[in-house]
Design a binder for this molecule. Structure first.
Ligand code: GDP
Length: 410
């Protein structure tokens, strides 16, 4: 089986208080990541809405437990984390399956009670996050107030890596504090943006915000602290490396802003997912247990040549392929034709096909390795929360516990 470079994989969730814009943000992400196949069909602006309307009608973003998309060289699996309070248990289960999350906040409503619940769950499972302050176009939008609430109510070390350009009707983009550039959305460009110098009226505010960002980051890197204290220029690559390290280490939460509805800020958000959220390689080995003696712990390593172990985190019925088990593979690999053992039923089942779900198609795969998420049709006995493993090394993943994250700086 041909391996995939796992450093280019991101398994993420999008978590939000109901109404903050999770669905819209997800739809826009699927639009931008799927756009390559759509270009040339119609004028870009029109294509966006048509495509989104079609997707909405089919309800694909809502019905797939995990959707695979591509951004640059990266494969991003978006794992659905229900936002409604009744689904708290499901959110918890999803959190174990994803390596990182985008937390969407409303720029008007800010931190609401349920954002707190979801935030605490992500804390509990040690899920690194970036925050997206959405709806910057709405009357009453206030980026700084939301950042302040994240710090006060959530106890998060929220570090803005952007500041908005304009607000409400005048919201037209953001200053990228890392690259010291303005990202301008100009309505004549449809859903696209262009980069420019920071507008003169924002230069001072941006410089203050950038210094604040660097000061907060310097706490997590001695080399950066030295340059910061000397007043020397800090290389952009170093800033990015430290943001990534501190985000994965759960020390900081980088904060971005935008308006998903108005197609502003989603591409920079995707860039941040790739740059700052962990790959499966950054995640620690997990500790499973022996099904016959749960006091016996077994370390499950995220390598393709280890015995197979996966968690079926969601069972869904797909209108075309029937019952589908969505699985996160934690170790080893799976190929079609292989038998997988379920310690809960004490039976093995044969894997016929292995699928990857995209927003607009299902892709059949020969196999998949640790770190990836796949959908397996036809497993009759498997239930949500079951472990699937190699019969020669039975393990139970259900009470997944994660030690401290491993941080790779590559
Ligand atoms: P969810 O409940 O978090 O999934 O939120 P939705 O994505 O369904 O959005 C809730 C409402 O807010 C819908 O009416 C959206 O059209 C609207 N909305 C989402 N994002 C934005 C935005 O950036 N600006 C404005 N003005 N409205 C938005």
């Amino acid at each position: 089986m041909q391996g995939i470079d796992l450093s280019t994989v991101r398994n993420i969730g999008i978590a939000a208080h109901i109404d903050a814009g999770k669905t819209t943000t997800t739809e826009r992400i699927l639009f931008y990541t799927g756009r390559k196949h759509k270009l040339g069909e119609t004028h870009e602006g029109a294509a966006t809405m048509d495509w989104m309307e079609q997707e909405r009608e089919r309800g694909i973003t809502i019905t797939s437990a995990a959707t695979t998309c591509f951004w640059g060289d990266c494969l991003i699996n978006i794992i659905d984390t229900p936002g409604h309070v009744d689904f708290t248990v499901e959110v918890e289960r999803s959190m174990r399956v994803l390596d990182g999350a985008v937390s969407v906040f409303c720029a008007v409503g800010g931190v609401e009670p349920q954002s707190e619940t979801v935030w605490r769950q992500a804390d509990k499972y040690g899920v690194p996050r970036i925050a997206f302050v959405n709806k910057m176009d709405r009357v009453g939008a206030d980026f700084s107030a939301v950042v302040a609430q994240m710090r006060k109510r959530l106890g998060a070390k929220a570090v803005p890596i952007q500041i908005p350009i304009g607000v409400e009707d005048g919201f037209s983009g953001m200053v990228d504090l890392v690259n010291r550039k303005a990202i301008i959305y100009d309505d004549t460009l449809g859903t696209e943006f262009h980069t420019a110098d920071i507008p003169p009226q924002l230069e001072e505010e941006a410089e203050i915000a950038r210094l604040e960002m660097l000061e907060m980051l310097a706490d997590y890197d001695d080399e950066m602290m030295e340059l910061y204290l000397e007043g020397s220029e800090i290389p952009v690559e170093m800033i990015k490396r430290v943001i990534r390290k501190a985000t994965i280490g759960l020390d900081i939460v980088p904060v971005l802003c935008g308006s998903a509805f108005k197609n502003k800020g989603v591409q920079p958000l995707l860039d941040a997912v790739v740059a700052y959220l962990p790959s499966p390689l950054d995640m620690p080995h997990i500790v499973a247990v022996d099904p016959d003696d749960t006091s016996n712990e077994i370390e499950v390593k995220a390598a393709a040549n280890e015995p197979f172990a996966a968690l079926a985190f969601k069972i869904m019925v797909d209108p075309f392929v029937g019952r589908l088990a969505f699985c996160r593979i934690y170790s080893g690999h799976i190929e079609s034709g292989m038998s997988v053992y379920n310690p809960n039923t004490r039976r093995s089942e044969r894997v016929g096909r292995i699928l990857r779900m995209h927003a607009n198609k299902r892709e059949e795969m020969d196999g998949a390795q640790a770190g990836l998420i796949v959908a397996i049709p036809g497993l009759k006995q498997v239930r949500t929360g079951d472990t699937l493993c190699d019969e020669k090394r039975p393990v139970l993943l259900e009470n997944l516990t994660f030690p401290e994250p491993v941080i790779s700086l590559s």
